[in-house]
Structures are given as C-alpha cells and as structure tokens.
Design a protein around this ligand. Sequence first.
Ligand code: FAD
Length: 442
Amino acid sequence: MSTATISGDPHIQARFGELKPPLTAQAAAIEADRCLHCFDAPCTASCPTHIDVPGFIKRIASGNLRGSALRILDANILGASCARVCPVDVLCEGSCVMHRYNRKPIQIALLQRHAMDAFYASGEVPPAAPAASRALRVACIGGGPASLACAAELRRQGAQATILERRALPGGLNTYGVAEYKLRTADSLREVEMIRRMGIDFRFGVNVDSASALEALEAEFDYIFLGLGLGAMQRLGIPGEDSDGVMNALELIAAYKHGHLREAHGTVVVVGAGNTAIDAANAARRLGASTVYLLYRRSENDMSAFDFEYEHAKQEGVQFLWHRQPVAVRPGERHRLLLDTVQVRPAEGKLAPIPDSQYTIDCDMLVPAIGQSPLTRLIQELRHVEVRDGRIVADLATGRTGNPRYFAAGDCVNGGREVVDAVAGGKRAALAILKTTEAANA
Ligand SMILES: Cc1cc2nc3c(=O)[nH]c(=O)nc-3n(C[C@H](O)[C@H](O)[C@H](O)COP(=O)(O)OP(=O)(O)OC[C@H]3O[C@@H](n4cnc5c(N)ncnc54)[C@H](O)[C@@H]3O)c2cc1C
C-alpha cells in the first residue's frame, strides 16, 4: 500500500484542527520580507540541523519556493514535519534577533512549512545520486526520524539504504505519537513517501529483536544503523494499574491518531508533567472528556514540559493537581475507576506522604505518562555496543558505537529529545558511514 494514500479520520480531523494554520501566499511574502538576513544567523546556529534560515527565507521573498524547499531539504530531509512539530520558541524563533528590538520574531516555522507544502504539492523528489553509484549497503533498524534522515542522506550520496520497521507504518513517533493538531498522520506518511521515492527500500512488520536477526543483517549489509527510539511507557507501579480504563499516554495517542479511540468522556486523570503528559491531557479534552486532571507529584516549577505546552494545556481546559501522587486504582461503579492519591512534600531528598492527605478521584480513565522506558530486548543482543542506563552509547558527532559496523542516533542514544535532534543525529551518522567507507576504499 502506498503510504501517501492513507488519509485521516474526518471525525478526528474535525476535533484536532491544526494549531497553527498555514500562511497564505501573500502573508508568506510579507513575513519573508521582514527577515533581516543576519550575517551570523542565530536561527541557523540554534537549529540542530542547521537549516540555512536566511537563505530559504530569501528565496521565498523572491518567489522561488522550489529553491527555498531544496535549501531546507539539503539540511533537513524532514523539513516538512519539523516545520510543524519543532519547539521553535526555544530553537530558531527563540533566537531570532527581532527579540532584541522587542519585535515579534520571524515566523520561521510557518515560512518553512509554506515552502515545504509547495514542494509536496509539486510531487517532486529531492535529487539523489544514481542508485548504487556506491557499493555500500546500510540497514537502518527503525522507521522513525533518525533512520529516515540517515537513509535519505545515504541515498542522496548514492548508497543503498533499507529501513526495517516492526510496525505496519513508517515514521516512528511522527506517525504514532506526535499530537494530531501539530502533525497529521497523513502528513507524516506523505513525508515518508517522498523519502521512499528517493529510492529507499522499506521492510515493514520486521521486528529485529534477536542475535540471529542481527547476524542475518550483518551478512546482508555493510553497516547497521540503530534508530530504535525508546520503549513502552513506564508503569506507575501501583496496585490495580492493569485495570480496564487504564491506558498509557502512548497507547491513547496512537489509538486516537489511528481511529481506534474516537471519544473520551467524563473525568480523565493523566499522571506526569512532561510534554507527552500534556499531549495526552489535551487529547482527552479534544476527544470529549469534560474534566481532565494532570496529576504531578512535584510542583509547577519542576514540570519538564515546555512553558508553551503548559500554557496550551491551560487553554485546552486541563486542570493541574500539584504535589499529588497516585497510590492505587480500584474498581468504581459502572466501569469507573477510583484512583487513590496522596499529597506529598519533599523531605530529605525524597517525597514523603503528608499524613491524612488521602484523596480519591472517581474517574473514567487513567493515563500514566511518566516517561518512556528504554528498549531492552534488542540492545541486550548487541555485541560490542555499549549500553548505559538503557541508552546506546554512541559518539554524538558521528553516531559511532563501540562496534565499527554499528552506528546509532535519535532517542535510543539521547534518551528522548525532539524530532529535529533525531534527524540531525541520523544525518551525522550517514555522513560518518560514508566517510568511513571512503577512507577504507582510499
Ligand atoms: C507523545 C510524544 C509526543 C512528541 N511530540 C513531539 C513534538 O511535538 N515535537 C518534537 O520535536 N518531538 C516530539 N516528540 C519526540 C519525538 O517524537 C522523538 O524525539 C523522535 O520521534 C525520535 O525519533 P527516533 O527515530 O529516534 O525514534 P522513534 O520516532 O521512536 O522511531 C523508532 C522506530 O523504531 C522502531 N523500532 C524499534 N525497535 C525496533 C526493532 N527491534 N525492529 C524494528 N523496528 C524497531 C519503532 O517501531 C519506531 O517506529 C514526541 C514524543 C512523544 C513520545
């Protein structure tokens, strides 16, 4: 099945309308004209993939949308999804010099999207060297942003890249995890389809999870890139958490994005205070839950979610319960859940329960969102690849691991950051693989 033919569920699309609508052609031209084209481009410096921001904006201003898109794709093959999902307030737009003059930063993400949307509408594919112009074959395990960026860079430079993905669809968390109001599943798949058309092979439903599977890949390919991401959501570790009505944040998000969960109702409690917890809480609101609590054992100041995500959740009507911890889940009436919680306070470096602070929340759904666990199954099988605290140890500049035939990047190395970090890491690993091959052949 062509990934480009998959479109979203209209019911979900209606509820998860895009947070930021695209610019019109006229608005894009006006916005592009505001850019000062700074010689030192702090926006470019703050982008992990170092997109030539002044360069692509200049091309929009002169009406050269194709040239603008190619400039973006040169640096970041996932330029379309990054335009939608990047936390630009803390990256390119956050470092725009306009802030120094108390003026609104240039809307870099929307301009990037404008150029990328025009490129996708044209049906064009970024240029690549002729297939197999290098005798180099690389297997990329995982079909998320890190592997996609690695494979695309290899392919652009004439190598063969094959992506092995255990799920039915490619794109990793871009397809299964990122909030639909930021990036629609269909848009993620459209991007992957463009990358596939560059000449990359995909094998779906292939779970590489054993030493023998790795040996088979070692026999077939010259190098192996690990773009595995992280594992399932961590468990709360409280009695009753396997009850019906408990669904972790990743399951909830994937379920609504793929049409398996169309409604939520009543009261939903999300446990955690990171960006994923916020995404799950917002999703519950948009799916129809009348009350959504985000329950966190520490304070507002300790939450790991970005400030703009916190603000967004408040606007969606999410309510926050600070210094509160779940202790047990019990069955309630008519398929409801009783979530026992307790108030906690810091004491001697730990969180201690406050006596007589028990409080039970009668809810319809409980959503644990306290971080993804490391992937353990495959990484235990890796020979000569060091794993520390559940993360693959790899050089950040090259993706090199202790095994000269294995490279790695993305969440499985950095422990979970942003899409743009995975793209940057995947591309750097591809460049290092190409350099290593050239050195070996010299
Ligand atoms: C809920 C959520 C929302 C997010 N929202 C944002 C956001 O708004 N903006 C942003 O920039 N970032 C966001 N992120 C972070 C971002 O999605 C990740 O940093 C990025 O996807 C990491 O890319 P990756 O390729 O390393 O891993 P992933 O995207 O996780 O891809 C890894 C892929 O490898 C596959 N795989 C794993 N093991 C195997 C195996 N043994 N064999 C075959 N395939 C395998 C998996 O199925 C998966 O498809 C979010 C993350 C989450 C969890």
